[in-house]
Design a protein around this ligand. Structure first.
Ligand code: ADP
Ligand code: MG
Length: 257
């Protein structure tokens, strides 16, 4: 690819090139992962347990426990490989965690307002009253109990409430690229449908990497590309047909002994 062409291609994309990631104790988990996610595209990243999906999500977000030893991450052409999670978020990256952590002492509603107002110029910041109104409307849409907004972030939330709170953050923060790590885990069928519908309705606004080990959510969200991650490498990339293949033969077909 000539340089000019590749610069244009990188402009509206989250580009992951040849990423090698190891844990703090020196164990290499990802062995050269490459992906290009354009705005408006949905990429499903599927793979068995322990294949490195969450490691990829954490490395993209800049969790210091996951060390990038080779390769690059670029957001719209800007190299963020060495930037802090905060900086990456400023460039528009969002991560919905597989296991959202409970944060004692941090009020859910205040946290959301802080997150929305961060990096905004003073005159653009939303006032507490206006935000409260917006939040109560959203809480209604998300069928949250009213008291949840005055509780501490994720503290005592049910599994489903934690997942919904991640998607509520996504809808308020309006990122440029979102990585959702198993947004479907622990949800009952109504919760799953709701989350899937909400993600679908937002997804044209950003580029999405949707991590899942199970095809259930893909009945409701139609990805443009499917990538199969096995043993820290992309084993195959394709369209929806791949889901059928995985459903039929499982991930075993990709595992070489
Ligand atoms: P997945 O999300 O696909 O189930 P993970 O990325 O969570 O897989 O894990 C991939 C592998 O890396 C697993 O073998 C897991 O035990 C290991 N791993 C993940 N995080 C750490 C860590 N912080 N320290 C040591 N090993 C880890
Ligand atoms: Mg995981």
């Amino acid at each position: 690819m000539d340089l000019e062409f590749s610069a244009i291609m990188n402009k509206n994309s989250l580009v992951i090139s040849n990423l090698y990631v190891q844990t703090n104790d020196g164990k290499e988990i990802l062995h050269g992962v490459s992906l290009r996610i354009k705005k408006g595209e949905i990429h499903a990243i599927m793979g068995p347990n322990g294949s490195g999906k969450s490691t990829l999500a954490q490395a993209l977000m800049g969790n210091p426990n996951y060390i990038i030893t080779r390769g690059k991450i670029k957001i719209d052409g800007i190299d963020v490989t060495k930037l802090s999670p905060d900086k990456r978020a400023q460039y528009g990256l969002f991560l919905g965690f597989q296991d959202p952590v409970e944060i004692p002492g941090v009020n859910f509603g205040s946290f959301l307002r802080m997150a929305v107002n961060e990096n905004k110029k003073k005159e653009k910041r939303i006032s507490p009253i206006a935000f409260r109104k917006q939040l109560l409307e959203q809480a209604d849409v998300f069928a949250f109990k009213k008291d949840i907004l005055s509780r501490n972030l994720n503290e005592g939330f049910s599994g489903g409430e934690k997942k919904k709170s991640e998607i509520l953050q996504l809808s308020l923060l309006k990122p440029v690229y979102a990585i959702l790590d198993e947004p479907d885990s622990g949800l009952d069928i109504d919760g799953l449908k709701f989350i899937a519908r909400t993600i679908s309705s937002l997804s044209h606004k950003f580029g999405l990497a949707l991590i899942t080990h199970y095809q259930r959510i893909l009945k409701f969200i139609k990805p443009d590309f499917i990538h199969v991650l096995v043993d820290g490498k992309i084993a195959e990339t394709g369209d929806y047909v791949l889901v059928k293949k995985i459903e039929k033969k499982g991930y075993r077909q990709y595992i070489k002994n």
